[in-house]
Design a protein around this ligand. Structure first.
Ligand SMILES: Cc1ncc(COP(=O)(O)O)c(C=O)c1O
Length: 373
């Protein structure tokens, strides 16, 4: 069998489509020599607030800091607990540890891979100071159900993978980050809206939180050299903002192209008994940051695809409650069975918007050939 190789993600193909716009905006920043929180960062903040339908957006250094600063703004620290999912990128829980609080895990809904709202509610104690649902793979978590289960506890939506995703709540379409206390985005290069380096943003409807967040990202100061609180150096780089401004007009079309690729795969794998294609709740419009299947024969399938040059990856191979650094939390294997099962079964396939139809066919042929089809 001869298949054309397909990378999991092809950022060079994307850059080729926006080269001129990026160069022009880069040029402006360089001519202005305004590299730290220059005007272009403000323009991007306005644009992301508009997209997320939030009143405020605050750029910061990366999506990890976005979560960390969100918790600092909510004054979360020692003796506090924060409930989240163990089936997520490390940063979601690493930041909880790094503000001095205790990560408390609750299992996922096996259909969506997102935090199970009832499990989140059951994990709440008198010490719980926030809940962090994660919009995994580009599909919004059931934030309104999390809210219903956790009462008035602040919700930080880790929307690192879901910028521009939406969910119908009570008959109204809600954007990622819109309906929670604080939403956090990552502009890591592999995200749907990715920079040419690190970047992040925090969104909120709350003016007081937004002012605190603006201080926190700048050493706790709004007026240079006057520090009301102790903060961080966590600013969004103006050159990254330039890239992101150049990309933003394309975001919706790129996410739509990902959805079209996903629909193609859904159909192409429908008759393969071992494969469970992604389940997107009817209320959700996913941006498919990843197209993630389940397969009992996942490991062998991955070896087969790699041998044929088809990019694929396991996000994430070890749930966070089983990570050595969190042994001190005292969780044991088997405690979050759905997260553990997901880690053993998931495989993400190339879904990037620039996929050609030949590449798509090659991915399908590579997968089907493993099952002798
Ligand atoms: C779910 C999730 N949370 C947090 C992050 C952290 O973002 P960053 O890499 O920009 O720090 C990422 C991305 O890497 C992520 O996927």
């Amino acid at each position: 069998m001869s298949l054309i190789p397909v990378p999991l993600l092809d950022l060079k193909a994307q850059h080729a489509t926006i080269r001129k716009e990026v160069a022009a905006l880069f040029h402006d920043v360089i001519e202005e020599q305004a590299f730290i929180l220059g005007p272009i960062v403000g323009r991007l903040e306005c644009a992301v607030a508009g997209l997320s339908r939030t009143r405020f957006a605050i750029g910061c250094a990366n999506g990890t800091d976005a979560i960390l600063l969100a918790m600092r703004a909510l004054q979360i620290g020692r003796d506090d607990e924060v409930v989240t999912t163990p089936f997520t990128f490390f940063a979601t829980a690493g930041t909880i540890h790094n503000v001095g609080a205790r990560p408390v895990f609750a299992d996922i809904d096996p259909l969506t891979f997102n935090l199970d709202p009832a499990a989140a509610g059951a994990a709440v104690t008198a010490r719980t100071k926030a809940v962090i649902p994660v919009d995994l793979f580009g599909q919004m978590a059931a934030v309104e159900q999390v809210r219903a289960n956790v009462g008035t506890i602040p919700i930080i939506e880790d929307a690192a993978q879901s910028i521009g995703a939406s969910r119908v709540i009570d008959g109204t379409s809600v954007m990622a980050g819109e309906a929670v206390t604080i939403g956090t985005f990552s502009f890591f290069p592999s995200k749907n809206l990715g920079g040419y380096g690190d970047g992040g943003m925090i969104v909120t409807q709350d003016e007081e939180l937004s002012t605190t967040l603006m201080k926190l990202r700048m050493h706790g100061s709004l007026k240079t050299y006057f520090h009301e609180i102790v903060g961080y150096n966590s600013r969004l780089d103006a050159l990254q903002a330039a890239v992101l401004m150049a990309k933003l007009p394309y975001l919706e079309a790129w996410s739509a192209a990902r959805r079209a690729n996903a629909a193609f795969y859904d159909q192409a794998f429908a008759d393969v008994a071992d494969i469970v294609t992604p389940y997107i709740e009817p209320a959700n419009t996913s941006i498919y940051n990843q197209y993630t299947i389940r397969a009992q024969q996942r490991d062998a399938l991955q070896v087969h695809l790699k041998a044929h040059g088809i990019g694929c990856a396991v996000y994430y191979p070890l749930p966070l409650h089983q990570q050595p650094c969190f042994a001190y939390l005292g969780y044991s294997a088997g405690q979050f069975p759905e997260s553990e099962r997901a880690s053993a079964e998931v495989l993400s396939l190339p879904v990037f918007p620039e996929l050609t139809s030949d590449q798509r066919d090659s991915v399908v042929a590579g997968v089907r050939s493993f099952y002798g089809r």
